[in-house]
Structures are given as C-alpha cells and as structure tokens.
Design a protein around this ligand. Structure first.
Ligand SMILES: [Zn+2]
Length: 394
C-alpha cells in the first residue's frame, strides 16, 4: 500500500474539526492512503509515508465541488454575449441555438468539448463536477449527451426539460410526455439526477412537478433550476419533492426562504435542501445577484457553482465564483470557500468530498498562497499550484 504525506501546510482547510467554520489547522499535514485521507494533524507529529509532498507553507483546501454545469454542447454564443453587454436582455431563448448546434455535432465533437472544459476546471481546482444534458432534447440526443457526460463524471443529470424544443413549441404537453416516457427511459442508465428549468418561457410548475416526479420514480435524485429570472413556485416545488438542491434562487420571497429553512436537520448541520447560487450567471447576464445573506441568516445551506454553459455563464472557474460571491453577494471569504467545497458536496448529497477529514477522498488543492483568503483577495490570478484527486495528480 503506497502512502503519501502532504506536509508543511501553512493553513489547512478541513471543513471538519478545527478553527472556525472552515475547520482550519495551522502547520498541518495530511496522510493519504489508497486515495483517501488517512490522518490529519500537526506537521511535527506526522507519521512516516512512502512519499512526501512539501506544501512549502502554502494553504491547502478540499478540491472544489462544482455541483451545476452544462458541458455537453457544441458551438458558442459569444455574439449573443456581446449583444447582451450592448444592452439586450437575457431571456433564455438562446438555448435553442445551442440545441441546433449540439444535434448537428458528432459524438467525438461533444466528447472533446466535455473533456476540454473538464480539464480546464480541474486545473482551477475542481475535483468533482456535475454535468447535465439538456441541449439534445430528443430521445437519442439526450441519451448520448448523458453517455458522454458519464465518461467524465459520476454526477450526471438528465435535463431533457431544459426548454421545449422548437418542434414542440405549440404542444408542450406532448413534449412533457416524451420527457417522462421514452426520453427518461433512455437517460436513466447514465443519469443520477433529474432536473427541470422551471421558469417562464421554459417549464411551468405543473410540468416541472410531473417531470421531477417521473424521474424520482425512476430512481433519480431531484434538483431544479428555480427562481432565476423572476419569482415563482420552483423553489417551493423543490422543497416539496425533497430536492438535494434548488439552483439560482435569484428572486426569492419570504415563503421560499421559509420553505428552505424548514428543511433544516435537527442537529444544526444545515438544511437538507441546499440553495445553490450561480453568480457567474448574474455576472454574464448583467443581472442582480441573489441575496446570499438572507439565505445564510435564515440558516439555509448555500452552495456555489459555475453554471458553466455557453449562453449565460461560460466560466469553469470556481475561484472566480468565490470572488464574485464575496464581492457581489456579501458572503465572507470563509462562507464562500465553504459553499464552493462542502456546500457543493451537500448539494450532491455527498459526505466523502468537500472535506479533508479521515475517510474522505483525498481530493485537494495546494494554493500558490498562504491563505484561502487569497481566492477572493486576488481575483483572476491563477492561484492553483497543484490539484490532487483520489490522492494522485491527474
Ligand atoms: Zn443551469
């Protein structure tokens, strides 16, 4: 059994036992055995190991958990972005542009895009990345999107209900039947989760409930795009269906916040349904940011994710999202780093990632900085010195 000791860590973020909400330990070391964290403690008392990685006094934190990304697509929408920056509003309608390009692409073209973006994210410290379908919107194209996604992640999400495709524009009920029937059947072997874009112009709450309930009956976990472009019942629907996460949460009323807070675990460890905030989308659509403080103050567990997609948020960078959350959503650096690691893990109902405690997967990031604070303090700077997944450098 080969072991690795990462020692001389100036500041270790464990998200477990330690100082403050991030469970910080100073002058620490982490012993890795068989891809798992075997021991965490003071560097001076570290056990012997076969190999050693000297962190040189730098900060080490769990790899980022990006719980919301759309990587299976073709083409880009840079001109749409430019038009938006020149004053045109975002409506979500551009998704159909990407659907056309995705349907026309070969498997290998889609695969190359997923791998390129997954690699890009990994170099920025993302060790777990959820990947959604949703640009195929036919039985065959959704199935192949998920098959290709599953080559790069175990956290795959069926989003056949992204928008109603043009050929079903005047008969959305028929499209919902297709999604709940043959499309779900073809998607299920490759998917862990089901998701719906519940929004005006996409799927209303009754259609969303029907699709999520079908997915749940087929054994998939529930997540939902909700309350992004305006107020609505999506967040409450997510709570009703025990969603792992309600994503976006840009336009919330008191009833939405109360519903999320009502899913709190009795042991004070946060809420069962996580609010996943995607500030890259507000940045790229020049929209008001979600009110993170209101959620945090109500005791709601918050995650941060990229929403990486070619239309509304073409970033794969979790450090960028951390910086946005701190600067634009008034999260503290500690809250933002927790939300980008442990929070993302909660949003995927995982307890083996997003933490560096004994038994967890040895997914970690060595920063080119003495503290996690630098992720927000030095935005746009490549601070990820080394990434390790399952105890090895990918
Ligand atoms: Zn999304």
């Amino acid at each position: 059994m080969s072991s690795l000791l990462v020692d001389n860590i100036g500041e270790l973020v464990t998200n477990g036992a330690g100082e403050g909400p991030l469970g910080i330990r100073r002058d620490a070391a982490v012993l890795v055995e068989e891809g798992r964290v075997a021991w965490v403690g003071p560097s001076a008392y570290a056990p012997a190991a076969d190999r050693r990685l000297d962190a040189g006094g730098a900060a080490v934190l769990p790899g980022f958990v990006d719980s919301h990304a759309h990587l299976v697509f073709a083409g880009d929408r840079a001109t749409e972005f430019a038009a938006r920056m020149a004053g045109q509003p975002y409506t979500g309608g551009g998704i159909r542009t990407t659907v056309g390009a995705t349907r026309a692409a070969t498997d290998n073209e889609l695969r190359a895009t997923v791998r390129r973006l997954r690699g890009e994210a990994l170099r920025q410290g993302t060790t777990t990345m959820e990947i959604k379908s949703g640009y195929g919107l036919t039985v065959a194209d959704e199935a192949r999107s998920l098959r290709i996604a599953a080559e790069s992640s175990t956290e795959t999400t069926f989003l056949g209900a992204h928008v109603v495709p043009a050929e079903y524009a005047d008969r959305p009920d028929d499209y919902v039947s297709l999604v709940c029937g043959p499309m779900l059947g073809a998607a299920t072997p490759y998917a862990k989760w089901v998701d719906v874009f519940c929004e005006r112009g996409a799927f209303d709450v009754d259609h969303a409930r029907a699709i999520l309930a079908c997915g749940q009956a087929a054994g998939l976990g529930v997540r939902i795009h909700a309350n992004q472009l305006g107020p609505g019942a999506g967040v409450r629907l997510g709570v009703e269906l025990d969603a792992a996460s309600v994503d976006h949460c840009t336009h919330l009323g008191d009833a939405d916040v109360d519903a999320l807070a009502g899913t709190a675990h009795s042991d004070g460890s946060g809420t069962r349904t996580v609010a996943t905030l995607l500030p890259g989308a507000e940045f790229s659509t020049r929209s008001p940011y979600p009110d993170a403080r209101r959620l945090l103050d109500a005791g709601v567990t918050v995650a941060l994710a990229t929403d990486c997609n070619p239309g509304s948020s073409y970033t794969s960078s979790m450090p960028f999202c951390v910086a946005l959350a701190v600067r634009e959503m008034r999260m503290t650096p500690a809250e933002a780093v927790w939300a980008a690691t442990a929070g993302g893990a909660r949003a995927l109902r995982r307890d083996d990632i997003g933490v560096l405690t004994p038994g967890a997967r040895a997914d970690l990031v060595v920063l080119d900085a003495p503290s996690y604070l630098h992720l927000a303090y030095r935005p746009g700077v490549p601070l990820i010195r080394q990434v390790m997944r399952n105890g090895v450098t990918p």
